[in-house]
Ligand binder design. Structure first.
Ligand SMILES: C[S@@+](CC[C@H](N)C(=O)[O-])C[C@H]1O[C@@H](n2cnc3c(N)ncnc32)[C@H](O)[C@@H]1O
Length: 260
């Protein structure tokens, strides 16, 4: 009976994540990676190298990875060798990732909402109940107190996007309220990251370019102050050179990595 209940709960959860767009988005990442491989290599290498540098002065007990996804930007084998345990945290873990970790006995996948419950909250309350933006401030993901090293893996600039795209379908919030929610979600994420135990990697702005690589627009992606940190690095992620993300324009992200 318990097994049947778990099976039904898993199905409902999967249906919810499909309906809200999370599954499509994650599959989109791997498809874009296959298309853009040669343009992504530099970003993925920089991300992995920075993470390894950031591990240097950290205790080597538990490492938690927020937004692990396809592990494209994560040096998983090295982390598994270095730490007693590595916990990959995401709403969805692709089957290929579940398969890969089978041979790494100290790595496990945890299904969790890194916003601390906003995914469920919006799914269950809209359109009937309109949650006040201020109420979002009480939602935080709780990392285990045993965590020695946290990697926020290109998720800070992403956390609000799919959530708010879902929310926008109901037309119940003004542009101001949506911007307020975006800020609160980013602030809450920064608040859960422990000092001197964190490696934060995030895109902070997007550049839109024409086919001759002339910049035709720049949009900020982070609406809160980022910590200065012990050390940091910046690079560009040539995210979409084939002009499929935006019609007739390329999209590059400026990415920042911070050890703090
Ligand atoms: C841009 S990807 C990060 C890149 C990732 N490291 C990779 O290689 O695929 C964002 C990831 O965050 C996950 N994600 C988005 N919102 C989330 C949430 N509220 N809680 C947990 N994971 C979330 C997505 O499922 C996706 O796998």
């Amino acid at each position: 009976m318990k097994a049947l209940r778990t099976f039904i709960a898993d199905l409902q959860n999967e249906y919810q994540l499909i309906k809200m767009g999370f599954v499509k988005d994650q599959n989109g990442i791997i498809r874009r990676f296959m298309r853009e491989k040669q343009h992504w290599v530099d970003h993925l290498t920089q991300s992995k190298n920075f993470i390894l540098k950031s591990t240097e002065k950290k205790d080597k007990g538990t490492c938690a990875v927020l937004g692990s996804g396809w592990l494209l930007d994560l040096p998983l084998d090295e982390l598994s060798n270095m730490f007693s345990e590595v916990i990959l945290i995401d709403l969805i873990h692709p089957k290929a990732v579940m398969h890969k970790i089978q041979k790494l006995s100290n790595v496990k996948c945890v299904h969790a909402d890194i916003t601390g419950g906003l995914v469920d909250l919006f799914y269950k309350s809209l359109p009937k109940n309109r949650i006040l933006p201020q109420a979002l401030k009480t939602y935080h993901y709780k990392l285990s107190v045993r965590t020695d090293f946290v990697i926020s893996l290109n998720i800070l600039c992403q956390l609000h996007i799919l959530l708010l795209d879902y929310v926008k379908r109901f037309n119940v919030y003004s542009q101001n309220e949506l911007a307020q929610m975006e800020r609160i979600i980013q602030e809450s994420h920064l608040e859960i990251l422990p000092k001197n135990k964190t490696c934060l990697i995030t895109d902070f702005e997007e550049e839109i370019l024409d086919e001759k690589d002339k910049i035709i627009g720049i949009n900020p992606l982070i609406h809160v102050d980022l910590p200065e940190g012990n050390f940091s690095q910046q690079w560009q992620w040539k995210f979409d050179s084939s002009m499929t993300y935006r019609e007739e324009a390329k999209t590059f992200f400026n990415t920042k990595a911070i050890d703090f």
